[in-house]
Design a protein around this ligand. Structure first.
Ligand SMILES: Nc1nc2c(ncn2[C@@H]2O[C@H](COP(=O)(O)OP(=O)(O)OP(=O)(O)O)[C@@H](O)[C@H]2O)c(=O)[nH]1
Ligand SMILES: [Mg+2]
Length: 368
């Protein structure tokens, strides 16, 4: 690692000093306590952890960001609008028949049953009160409601820099896009001159370790890996040790999405999570669940299962570019109320975007 990479930005150095004294002295939950910790949620971050926050490294050009997202969401938008068009075509009135078909379309749009019925109820109500009298207004109403619903989970990942590394544990089923998402996040922070470490926590598959190493080499950041078939927790522990010793600022821990051992995946992940906290009391500062959007309703099921086992603090929805099921983000946000941090709209490094509710609603439901 070159001296250049070690350097933090001006603000990083400034706040690093500030954080020295006021670091919280929390005990780490271990063993039996861990079950309680799981139930009582992840320990709250204190002010001191968040002295400096970096919510994003992506460019702030509003119009460009919206355009990029719109392009990424083309399939979802076209699919949804086409079905809506099919209902309204040639209809002058929003009668019972039209509303009945709207119900079908909403249920098929992967936005979740609850959201679909809420939307339908609101639209029906407004049609009765004559506030909505044409299809364009129905679409606008749906767009507004989707935006409002998504705004509740809009909360970009805040990375605090300080005396201890900021640890992000990344979980999700196999193939969901964990490793790629890790690489994308790492690329952003490395580009901003932060010292980033990748941890190969999926020790069971040699290919997984290799894939992470390739990314590490390409991005120019350190990769910590164990011996083949090593216990993922031992790798996690060593990595934390290294991260503290060598002053890393951001640590991204890759994990397995499927295990070929007798140990259930969730138990293994819980163990890794607990281990991270042994060395760094608040770690992982973020438990990021990566979900493949093309899974549709299954994505909601997956998110629920993971969250029940390990408290998820943020979600990244990937592969939105390849699916018409992007509406699933609405269902997930409604059901889980967990911050959506990122959306993945392609395989390139800058195809991971910070989640923006207004942009998303617009990209999903704009008519032009
Ligand atoms: N089109 C598209 N492809 C993506 C996106 N994110 C990930 N992928 C692709 O999805 C495939 C799987 O991604 P990985 O990052 O390897 O998934 P993983 O969760 O690490 O998988 P395992 O290590 O097997 O558990 C790769 O081919 C990625 O390039 C995305 O936002 N859009
Ligand atoms: Mg992987």
């Amino acid at each position: 690692m070159s001296e250049e990479k070690k350097k933090t930005g001006f603000l990083g150095r400034l706040f690093k000093r500030n954080r020295l004294e006021d670091k919280p002295q929390e005990e780490t939950a271990t063993g039996e306590d861990y079950v309680q910790e799981l139930q009582s949620e992840h320990p709250e971050e204190t002010e001191s952890d968040r002295k400096i926050v970096d919510a994003t490294s992506e460019d702030q050009d509003e119009a460009r960001n919206l355009l990029v997202l719109k392009t990424g969401l083309t399939k979802t938008r076209k699919g949804f609008l086409k079905s809506l068009d099919g209902i309204f075509a040639g209809k002058k009135e929003l009668d019972e028949q039209v509303l009945g078909r709207l119900e079908e379309v909403l249920l098929r749009a992967d936005i979740g049953v609850q959201t679909s019925y809420e939307l339908l109820e609101q639209v029906t109500d407004r049609v009765k009160r004559r506030e909505i009298d044409d299809p364009a207004k129905v679409i606008k109403h749906i767009r507004d409601m989707v935006r409002q619903s998504l705004e509740k989970v809009e909360s970009p990942l805040r990375v605090g820099y300080g005396t201890e590394p900021f640890v992000i544990m990344v979980i999700g089923v196999n193939g969901s896009g964990k490793t790629t998402t890790i690489a994308k996040i790492a690329a952003r922070h490395t580009a901003a001159n932060r010292k980033v470490m990748l941890v190969a926590g999926d020790t069971f598959r040699a290919a997984a370790v290799e894939q992470l190493q390739i990314w590490g080499d390409r991005i120019g950041c350190e990769v910590v890996k164990g011996k083949p078939q090593a216990d993922p927790s031992s790798v996690a522990f060593e990595a934390m040790d290294r991260a503290i010793k060598d002053d890393f600022e951001i640590v991204l821990v890759d994990t397995a999405g499927r295990l070929h051992t007798r140990v259930p995946l969730m138990d293994e992940l819980k163990k890794v999570r607990r281990t991270l906290g042994k060395r760094i009391p608040n770690a992982p500062h973020e438990t990021l669940l990566v979900i493949d959007s093309s899974m549709g309703q299954n994505a909601i099921l997956q998110a629920r299962t993971f969250n029940e086992a390990i408290p998820v603090t943020g979600i990244a929805m990937t592969k939105l570019d390849g699916t018409s099921k992007g509406g699933v983000i609405v269902g997930i946000s409604k059901e889980l109320q967990i911050p959506i941090r990122f959306v993945g709209i392609g395989e390139k490094m800058d195809d991971l975007r910070d989640f923006n509710a207004r942009h998303f609603a617009e990209a999903m439901l704009s008519v032009d």
